[in-house]
Design a protein around this ligand. Structure first.
Ligand code: COA
Length: 158
């Protein structure tokens, strides 16, 4: 049984994240989306709200579950019984940071592999902060997030 985690802050989940989660679910038996508390990022949505939005956005994927966590990713992976971390790479600018995180996590847990999936061109530029900014300026976000997430964003910025 191959179980992977796809970690992130998901503030909020976008179609870019969903693309990576969907492809991870095709490669693995089980995928646990790990929603980090990330208090330092001062998220717009609470952890519970982010978990709920990821759940509703991934409800159609039978082998995907969603959990929130606070603490080290390697500890969460161990608790979950996952031995693979799957992350998306959007551009060269992501690489250095991701390389550092993957090396650090490997150092802390030698049986945990990090695997990268390339984001497709249409999502290369997408990020949660761009979507939050667009929503705050009442721009059209329907192309970037699911209807549930769009509603939640519009409520925040109403
Ligand atoms: N599609 C769209 N956007 C994407 C994306 C994709 N495929 N992949 C990343 N992004 C964006 C996010 O939307 C986010 O955008 P924003 O900053 O503009 O809001 C940005 O990339 C960063 O993503 P984030 O989800 O915050 O992930 P991260 O790469 O910074 O790492 C954790 C998040 C949870 C994996 C990491 O902080 C972690 O492991 N935390 C636990 C503590 C720990 O173990 N730390 C490491 C050792 S000290």
């Amino acid at each position: 049984m191959k179980r992977a985690i796809t970690p992130g802050t998901f503030d909020p989940i976008t179609y870019g994240h969903l693309d990576i989660i969907t492809r991870a679910a095709q490669l693995m038996d089980e995928v646990v989306v790990a929603v980090a508390a990330s208090p330092k990022k001062n998220p717009l949505f609470s952890l519970d709200e982010r978990v709920e939005l990821v759940r509703s956005s991934t409800a159609h994927l039978p082998n995907v579950t969603v959990e929130g966590f606070d603490g080290l990713l390697v500890d969460f992976a161990k608790e979950t019984g996952a031995n693979v971390i799957i992350k998306g790479l959007r551009a060269v600018t992501d690489f250095e940071y991701e390389f550092q995180m993957a090396a650090l996590n490997y150092e802390m847990s030698r049986d945990l592999e990090t695997v990268f999936i390339m984001s497709p061109p249409q999502y290369m530029y997408l990020s949660s902060s761009i979507v939050r900014e667009l929503a705050s300026l009442h721009g059209d976000i329907d192309r970037f997030v699911t209807p549930d997430v769009a509603r939640a964003l519009n409520r925040k910025f109403a």
